[in-house]
Design a protein around this ligand. Structure first.
Ligand code: IMP
Length: 337
């Protein structure tokens, strides 16, 4: 992605490290990871078993506690080490879960900082209780899945800002695809406002396709494509259009899938990038806005199917609970985006 082109709505915050797994390596492997049943792993904590299930939903391969990293030595003896809970080989990422109280997380953070200093090539992410609850809420589980709609707190991106940015993305895409006829693939439903505005700012001939996916919690885990492409994209220049990239897991799945169709090229355009929440690093070629770690609605994006018709991007009202910044995703067990 050309980072300069993304408007950053948020300035502060952690910038995730570049992982060893990139979109290029995904393309070379050209595989879809299949969902599989959980192996019999003696997890130390129920949250780890839940997290493994979520990874299986996305078809992301994982290893449980595959390696320990020595952190401190005394007289040649290791006196402190960290064994990350998971390694995700497809993403080149170690994940350490913490369901502890926020106050106790400080110690884990210290260890992670130390690990990064000693092993700078290791890509590791600490997943907090709130992150974990958000992932669960996506499937209708956990405490965050029980919250109620509570209205808009503030406008994050105005209608005017949206229109200006979409126009400039359209201009850039028109330049980059000057001699080509791209196929734009939108991922329903959240993308419909963005996609319809974007194509009106693209001046090269193009065609449009839509895909739809659901996350099932019954009948076996896995992201399911509920609406596939209507045409063959082999040898075509494909531009995937997304409303928002959050953990990046959905995009990771779809990009893998589309590569099996052997397009001539595959790029990704997203209106919103919640970079700070990224787990799966998939390269983004066009980004409208980089936004903070908050749950946003409007301009096609919904909360429990509401708010799609807002002409701006807004942040939902926080509630007095452990998750003041971001409400849950949908409650349904089976849902489409
Ligand atoms: P990911 O797989 O975690 O990147 O999830 C991407 C999908 O989650 C998006 O396409 C949206 O459907 C949904 N999503 C993530 N964050 C938000 C948000 O802030 N508002 C509305 N939907 C969101």
């Amino acid at each position: 992605m050309d980072a300069d082109r993304a408007e950053t709505v948020r300035q502060e915050g952690e910038s995730p490290r570049e992982p060893s797994g990139s979109q290029a390596s995904l393309a070379q492997r050209n595989v879809i990871t299949e969902a599989r049943p959980l192996p019999l792993v003696p997890f130390a904590h129920p949250s780890e078993a839940e997290f493994a299930k979520l990874l299986d939903f996305y078809g992301v391969r994982w290893l449980y506690e595959p390696r320990s990293f020595p952190l401190r030595w005394e007289g040649g003896r290791v006196v402190e080490m960290l064994t990350p809970d998971f390694y995700l080989p497809d993403l080149g990422l170690y994940v350490e879960l913490t369901t502890l109280k926020q106050s106790l997380v400080t110690e884990k953070n210290r260890k992670l900082r130390h690990l990064r200093e000693l092993y700078p090539d290791v890509n590791i992410k600490l997943l907090y209780k709130r992150d974990y609850h958000r992932l669960l809420a996506k499937y209708g589980y956990g405490p965050l899945a029980q919250e109620n709609v509570r209205g808009i707190n503030r406008v994050l991106i105005t209608g005017g800002q949206l229109q200006r940015r979409v126009a400039s993305l359209g201009k850039q895409i028109s330049t980059d695809y000057l001699d080509k006829q791209p196929v734009l693939i939108g991922v329903l439903k959240g993308v419909f406002c963005f996609m319809s505005d974007l194509i009106r700012h693209i001046t090269v001939p193009l065609s449009v396709e839509f895909m739809s996916i659901s996350y099932y919690s019954e009948g076996g885990p896995g992201v399911r494509i509920t609406k596939d492409l209507d045409t063959d994209i082999t040898g075509q220049h494909v531009l995937m259009v997304e409303d928002i990239v959050d953990t990046g897991m959905t995009l990771h799945y779809l990009v893998n899938y589309l590569y099996t169709r052997r397009p001539a090229s595959l790029k990704v355009c997203t209106l919103l990038d919640k970079r700070v929440r990224r787990l799966a690093e998939v390269a983004l070629d066009y980004v409208g806005f980089e936004i903070p770690d908050e749950f946003v609605v409007g301009y096609g994006l919904d909360y429990l199917e509401r708010y799609r018709n807002l002409p701006f991007i807004g942040v939902l009202k926080p509630e007095a609970n452990e998750e003041p910044q971001q409400p849950p995703r949908r409650r349904q067990k089976k849902r489409s985006k």
